[in-house]
Design a protein around this ligand. Sequence first.
Ligand code: BGC
Length: 720
Amino acid sequence: MALMTLEEKIGQMTLFTTDWGSTGPTIREGYEEDIRKGNCGALFNSHTVAFTRHLQEIAVKESRLHIPLIFGYDVIHGYKTIFPVPLAESCSWDLAAMENTAAIAAKEAAAAGLHWTFAPMVDISREPRWGRVMEGGGEDTYLGSLIAEARVKGFQGANFDHADRVMACIKHFAGYGAPIAGRDYNTVDMTERTFRDIYLPTYIAGVKAGAMTIMTSFNELDGVPSSGNKWLLEDVLRKENGFHGFIVTDYTSINEMVNHGYSKDDAQAGEQAANAGVDMDMQGAVYQRFLKNSVEAGRVPMQKIDDAVRRILTAKFELGLFKDPYRFCNVQREKETVFSAAHQQAAKDMAHKSIVLLKNENNLLPLTNKKTIALIGPLAADGSQLIGPWSGAGEGDKCVSMLTAFQERAKKGEFTLLHANGTDISGTDKKGFGEALEKAKQSDVIIAVVGESKEMSGEAAARADLGLPGVQQALVEELVATGKPVVVVLMNGRPLVIPWIAEHANAIVETWWTGTQGGPAIADILFGDYNPSAKLTMTFPRSMGQIPIFYNQKNTGRPYDPNSKWNTRYLDEPNTPQYPFGYGLSYTTFAYDSLVITIQQKASASTPRPPSKGEEFSVTDTVHASIKITNTGKRAGEEIVQLYVRDLVGSVTRPVKELKGFKKIKLEPGASQTVVFNITADQLRFYSADMTFKAEPGDFWIMVGPDSERLQKKQIRLVE
Ligand code: BGC
């Protein structure tokens, strides 16, 4: 650093994108010169060994100080092998599996010359209109925090010794998942308590798991845009939570502080960002253009620049780039690793775990003894949709569609397959209905594959109507009217509002976007080669008017009573969701015995307490909530057993339930297992009236069950 000029330091704080044209990678005019002059220290969207090596050579051979570049990319749910979208993966509740897919994504990315992924997105969201819920881990803070940790570990691994992992980037800090009315980039406004209780913990979980970088968000929080929010970046993130890595902005979010009305021009925005603790400017070129002047004029202390550069160079050292700038550039490894057969299998395994069975009237599924199957709908044949949004270097035409998977099975003579699109995803064209209905009528069962196009979720993809787009529902209605059994297979990136389908389809399978191996994985579920085990991590509303709807709401002074008027309710809709958080079916059934609570006193407690009265416990005790689960069906299956807690009286009001634990168990038919949850006072902490984070003595309900609604409860008391 002592050798560096101020311009070179600011260069390290500058991140630019490259592009990818139809003939391959391209770079904008002037950027190569920027690299040569040391005015750009990192690039994103540059990938493949050949391209990154070319750019790295410019930095290392031609710049004055030979400082290597970092290459970043949005490897959100896979690099070339595409896994289910993160919301889908979260429905597996399988942390090890999520860590594994992140590790594979990292291995492919690192083999393709990358050092850094802009993931995981850990924004908690209760807002299905917001298109980016597909990138996150759902609506719950506790589960979301564990997922954040698992994915950071997966991406980063223990170290970079083998150059086969990438730096993680927790995003978008902070509160990006709570835009007013669900519109992307919109204002976020909440109390500090809600922020700390609900939205902040997932980011901090990622930080504690060792994430080396974090990305600011586009939104403002309490009137201050994140990229200029000193409280958020310096106080909360660095001082309170000990974040040591570097902070990058989101795409041109420093510049956007002018539109926010927080900065009078780019130059001031850059000063505000630098003074707030932003280390790296993504694509805005604000630092590059103005920061030198701001430092020289004394409006940004040199110390801020040095701190930022030290953090960025530290990351480059940790990646091993100063030892060998080309250690991520091995063509042979790239060939062997990217899109390998083993990774295809992993993608299929994860897809199995991510698919949620929402309805299965009269055990219509799995499909057995069906002679003729009609596969209908605009998403059955179009495999390219399966990769979903933010699919890295994934190629749609490498995805195996449902139609292909069904054709493979039909070839074996198991059944006769009829197929028709029926209609497009959007639009009003019903010309294909006739053919679809004709085929449907000849079949024993109709599979209707409907949903969103991948462009309808993701960034800048908010929707005001979450019904099926186009005339897809009309198609399903006509299919149902044939009287044949109808299985609706949904592909989409968010909870949809589908009350008619929920009532009239005989079976519903939520597949989200299942990635490269989506088609075969869905077929495995439908034919019973895999018994579905996933459960929803976002609530499905009955109607748009219910949004935001989420499971951990407050009781209010007039709790919901559908039979009287003067309480918190709608006149025209129940408060209950279509499908609650934590819900999902299996091809087998599970019986829950009675919940048993026991208290274990801390063995080493210095002053032994008199034996408790059963339901009382102190801050040093552990409460065991145990419950025996039996597989009462005919197939082996997995169950996600969930633990919720309610704090009945607080110095501030508390939600009616909060997830505090879960266990995923596998049981053979007839087999039982007792699941035990350990609860200590630590898990009951929240931001109390004086904003201290603590558990308050008093009564709690401990609730256990298969989803957030079907719960058994027992009351316990925390004593001082
Ligand atoms: C998105 C980020 C992403 C970045 C770089 C932005 O528009 O909000 O999530 O990492 O672009 O591609």
